[in-house]
Design a protein around this ligand. Structure first.
Ligand SMILES: [Zn+2]
Length: 51
């Protein structure tokens, strides 16, 4: 019997960081509440939804 197979950790799904990084305002760094396109609540910068 070997222990080669590692079961997936149910507590960590390794979500893609890009899904929230694109919400970060390029001007002030604030994290938007919703997915872009949206305007930054802090400085009014438009966060593009180009990806
Ligand atoms: Zn901002």
């Amino acid at each position: 019997m070997t222990e080669d197979a590692r079961p997936a950790d149910p507590g960590e799904d390794g979500g893609d960081p890009a899904c929230w990084l694109r919400r970060v305002c390029p001007a002030c760094g604030r994290l938007a509440d919703v997915d872009p396109p949206v305007r930054c609540a802090a400085c009014g910068e438009l966060l593009p939804a180009d990806r």
